[in-house]
Design a protein around this ligand. Structure first.
Ligand SMILES: [Zn+2]
Length: 204
């Protein structure tokens, strides 16, 4: 490489940036016109810088694309979360509605029976499967003619059915027991329904 070329190559970047004196610029320009090697070097320097300059907006564009993409994903996630929440809300309200609905209890929904087992009289109340029975109850002593306690009377009232998720064929029966050799000799149950009154006694 000629000495002149070497000098020109050193100042080429500065020449490109217009950071050389007028004399130097004139010298470099003249050399480039007569030296294809240095002219080629200058061209490659120019195109390299152009790529550099072009890269910045490209990066900005990439960043914008990534930001837009992130926003899109965030929106999608938000959408999914919203849908999941909605589904849960619907399921929960369906569940509450299903279990919250109460039905009037009719005498067809329940059956009463008595049983003597292991020293006890029992009154057994069987209910429809898949339904929960709610009620209030009160227990009173039954007195005989001599004003002595001879039995026990249980009254169920405000009976309501609610749905539950126990779909087994046979609902678990409820039972009330009284000892055979106790002070109270028998037990009576009165069930106050809206239009009916059911009655059963262990004495019968
Ligand atoms: Zn040269």
């Amino acid at each position: 490489m000629k000495k002149e070329c070497s000098i020109v190559r050193d100042v080429l970047p500065l020449y490109f940036e217009n950071m050389v004196s007028e004399d130097t610029a004139a010298f470099v320009k003249e050399h480039l016109e007569s030296c294809p090697d240095c002219a080629a070097e200058f061209e490659s320097l120019k195109s390299g810088r152009q790529i550099d300059q072009a890269e910045t907006p490209q990066r900005k564009f990439d960043a914008n694309v990534i930001t837009a993409f992130k926003k899109k994903i965030a929106k999608k996630i938000l959408k999914i979360v919203a849908v999941v929440c909605l589904v849960f809300a619907v399921l929960l309200s369906a569940l509450l509605l299903y279990t919250g609905i109460s039905y009037p209890v009719t005498k067809d929904n329940i059956s009463l029976s008595t049983k003597t087992d292991n020293g006890y009289h029992y009154i057994i109340l069987e209910t429809k499967a898949g339904k929960s029975l709610y009620f209030n109850s009160k227990t009173e002593d039954i007195l005989n003619d001599q004003n002595e306690v001879c039995g026990q009377k249980i009254t169920l009232y405000n009976l309501q059915y609610h749905n539950n998720f126990n779909f087994t064929k046979n609902a678990k029966p409820m039972s009330w027991g009284i000892p055979l050799n106790g002070e109270r000799q028998y037990m009576e149950m009165i069930i106050d329904l809206e239009n009916d009154t059911l009655r059963i006694s262990t004495a019968e």
